[in-house]
Write a protein that binds this ligand. Structure first.
Ligand SMILES: *Cc1c(COP(=O)(O)O)cnc(C)c1O
Length: 205
């Protein structure tokens, strides 16, 4: 099954509500501050706010973690051991099991956040014992390109890395692969994506 995350960053509350009205259950935001405002507004303006799952897809600073764990069901952008430990600590304070994905810089572009593919397995092992983290999978963002085909190798790297980590650790399987955006989600799905993050495909622009 493939989950569609409707990316509402920069969109109005009305647009978010419209998307929810036609069946979107997963909302993605890239800033804690903006998410907090929409989260608060949606809770009091839709019939079933509890069914909505909130996804943090942008870079997360450690000083925003306390706020983030209160809002998000899944944080896609864990890109350091330090951040993972901070999330574990803050989630522990509110007795929450926080779902996380590790962001992987599959292209090696210097402008991108994310762990180096070769570092991921070691870091995941190091925090296996974290009591309030549920490591569900991996996320990547392919470089901007003029054709979706160009994203394929990066998605393949993520899938292969996931397979490798799962082969090394038989006790806990990583199941989520968050990859694919408006311009390349079909290719991402062909390469095994389980979660696509769509902004323009849903909201236009
Ligand atoms: C904005 C954003 C998206 C959605 O981008 P579109 O190209 O509009 O689908 C997906 N993932 C991340 C991390 C984003 O910041």
């Amino acid at each position: 099954m493939i989950t569609i995350v409707g990316v509402t960053k920069g969109r109005s509350l009305e647009q978010a509500k419209e998307a929810i009205g036609v069946g979107i259950t997963d909302i993605g935001e890239n800033r804690v501050q903006e998410a907090r405002v929409k989260y608060g507004q949606l809770r009091i303006s839709i019939p079933n706010p509890g069914v909505i799952k909130w996804h943090m897809i942008g870079h997360l600073q450690t000083n925003k973690v306390k706020e983030a764990v209160k809002i998000f069901d899944l944080i896609h952008s864990v890109d350091s051991l330090r951040l993972a430990l901070e999330i574990d600590k803050e989630a522990g304070k509110i007795n929450k099991m926080q779902g996380v994905l590790f962001e992987i810089n599959t292209s090696g572009e210097v402008s991108k956040y994310g762990l180096k593919p070769e570092d991921a397995s070691g870091i995941i092992k190091e925090i296996e014992g974290a009591k309030n983290l549920e490591i569900k999978g991996l996320m990547t963002i392919a470089p901007i390109a003029d054709s979706p085909e160009k994203s394929r190798p990066y998605f393949r790297v993520l899938k292969e890395l996931c397979n490798k980590i799962n082969a090394e650790n038989k006790t806990k399987e990583l199941k989520v692969l968050s990859m694919g955006m408006t311009d390349d989600f079909e290719v991402a799905i062909e390469e095994g994506s389980t979660m696509v993050r769509l902004g323009r495909a849903i909201f236009g622009g």
